[in-house]
Design a binder for this molecule. Structure first.
Ligand code: 5GP
Ligand code: MG
Length: 180
C-alpha cells in the first residue's frame, strides 16, 4: 500500500497540528451552542474522529450518506442514501467533510440540511481544492484544514476504489497504482 504512494502531501504530524488548531477555533465559535456535528460518510470518518475530540464543548454527533444517482454519469444529481437522525430545526449545525472538490456534494448536502431550518449552518472541510470548483458553485467553506493543488489525493479517509482510506497521511498515488 505504502509502495503505491508517489509523494506525501500532508504528514501525520501536520494533520495533528492543524486539527488541534481547528479545534481551538471551533471550540471558541461553538461554546454554549451545543452544535450538531454532521459528518458526510464515508470519507470523513478519520477526520471526524480526530476533529470531534478537539472540540472541547458539548456537541452532538450525526452522519449522513449521499451518493450520485446510480446509472447516470451526470454530476450534480445526488441523493440522500441515509439521512441524519437528529431534528436540527433551530439547532446550530456544522458539516464536516473530507474534501471540497467540484463542490457538488457539499452544495447538495448544504441545501438538504438548510431545508431543515437550522439556526446556523457552517462547513468545515479538511481539504479544499479550489482549482477544481465547478462554475456556479458559490458556496464557501467556513473552516479549511489545508488547501491542496489539483491532484488526486488518498489517505486519512480518502479512497481510490475504496482502498487507501487507512493511510495516516495525505498522499498522491503513483500512476501505476491506478492501472494496477
Ligand atoms: P465534490 O467534487 O462533490 O466536491 O467531491 C465529491 C467527493 O469526491 C468527495 O467527498 C470525495 O469523496 C471525492 N473526491 C474529490 N476529490 C478527491 C480526491 O482528490 N481524492 C479522493 N480520494 N477523493 C476525492
Ligand atoms: Mg466524501
Amino acid at each position: 500500500m505504502e509502495n503505491d504512494i508517489l509523494k506525501v502531501l500532508i504528514t501525520e504530524e501536520q494533520i495533528r497540528r492543524r486539527v488541534q488548531e481547528l479545534g481551538v477555533e471551533l471550540t471558541k465559535d461553538y461554546e454554549g451552542k451545543d452544535p450538531v456535528i454532521v459528518g458526510v460518510l464515508k470519507g470523513v470518518v478519520v477526520f471526524y474522529a480526530d476533529m470531534i475530540r478537539q472540540i472541547k464543548t458539548p456537541c452532538q454527533m450525526d452522519f449522513m450518506w449521499i451518493s450520485s444517482y446510480a446509472g447516470t454519469t451526470s454530476t450534480g444529481s445526488m441523493q440522500v442514501k441515509r439521512d441524519i437522525s437528529a431534528d436540527i430545526r433551530g439547532r446550530h449545525v456544522l458539516i464536516l467533510e473530507d474534501i471540497f472538490d467540484t463542490g457538488n456534494s457539499l452544495d447538495f448536502t448544504y441545501r438538504h440540511l438548510l431545508s431543515k431550518e437550522p439556526a446556523s449552518l457552517k462547513i468545515c472541510t479538511f481539504l479544499d481544492k479550489p482549482e477544481r470548483r465547478k462554475p456556479g458553485i458559490t458556496l464557501k467553506p467556513d473552516y479549511v484544514g489545508y488547501t491542496v493543488p489539483n491532484e488526486f489525493v488518498v489517505g486519512y479517509g480518502l479512497d481510490f476504489n475504496e482502498h487507501y482510506r487507512n493511510l495516516p497521511y495525505i498522499g498522491v498515488l503513483k500512476p501505476e497504482a491506478y492501472e494496477g
